[in-house]
Design a protein around this ligand. Sequence first.
Ligand code: DLL
Length: 432
Amino acid sequence: MFQKDIETMPRNKIEELQLERLKWLVDYCMKNIPFYNKRLTEAGVTAEKIKSLKDIEYIPYTTKADIRDTYPFGLFGQPMKKIVRIHASSGTTGKPTVVGYTKQDIENWSDCMARICVAAGANDEDIVQIAFGYGLFTGALGLHYGLEKIGATVVPTSSGNTEKQIMLMQDFQTSALVATPSYAQYIGEKAKEMGVLENINLRLGLFGSEGCTIEMRDQIEKTLGIFATDNYGMSELMGPGVSGDCHYRCGMHINEDHFLAEIIDPNTEEVLEKGSQGELVITTLTKEGIPMLRYRTKDITKINYDTCKCGRTFARMDKIKGRSDDMLKIRGVNVFPSQIESVLMSFDKIAPHYQLVVTRANYSDNLEVKVELADGSLLENYGELEKLRGNIHHNLKTVLGIDTKVSLVEHKSLERFQGKAKRIVDLRNNNG
Ligand code: DLL
């Protein structure tokens, strides 16, 4: 472990520390950030009012809209003189979400990342290629600092230029790859095509930044000959570093000394009982640059508070089931893309590349699941193709409870991704 004393703290100690930090945070926000001062004053919250962790419920939620409305620096807790780094995440519309870090924030971020990298199995003998995009995106620099902190050799290739990535991987004998799972998948496919898969010596994949089902992960692991872990975060909260898998991969350990997690019902906003599935809400307990009070992540998960077999006491969150705003409502039924991915991955003859196209006709939603054939061998055999299509359709119906249109498309006809995959095409607003 990177910081064993902290990572194995008894639960009552974790909660004591969280309470102390929560009080500090409320006071800090009142003093340094006019936006929060107004919000908290209106809600009648002061540091003195926070007597137990449950009292966090007095504090109003913060949303992405609050960050947008105070663009660019309105939620910063320190003057620019103290801010040493800025990152931003681009949304689909409008201005990016801008975040700032003090020196201490960068130090904490590096610690959080170092813990996650060690928990995943990385060490100072690893040569790690970081194939997340460097730049305003938090992914690359977050992992970069954490990996340097544990003494690994960092190769900052950034994303893209896949053939060169593969060349360097062979020449440097890179042992670990940091990437989105979809980019790792593409790297594997490309290396196979180049006939160099067996010259690659990767052992570890540090994935994150987008969802990936266990079935998809298994396939990528098999192709690249690696053991892959997941880690979760978001720009508004820090970047990567909020939580990550240990080698047991039974939930991502939340760095609870820096983040206080709650699960709420996204519709009623009510806090749910421990162990329930719902929207993750995070309060940053130590951040100075841009602290977040009860930030609504929109990500759906559940949290397990039992001590893990690895000895870490930090609670573990399940893989993200989907974003509450990514969840597709098809004819009134909630459908998470991850459910579809799980079904598709159970078929051999299709490649792990798919796209979900949602349209509306005659006031009814239609979901088309486009999935690539693994190769050209089935194209000659109509009967087999139809059988495969029928089986996929049947399994999707069993899991989702709705009819979908399954289209088998030619190998390599769907887009590949170097960052986060975009698998949903929702055309419902376009055609009424
Ligand atoms: O993606 C931070 C990050 C970088 C995390 C690298 C892990 C590794 P954003 O670009 O702000 O930040 O996107 C945040 O991505 O709300 C989730 O919906 C999604 N996301 C992040 N990690 C995971 C994950 C970074 N492990 C948004 N599984 C979040 C599923 C994830 N979704």
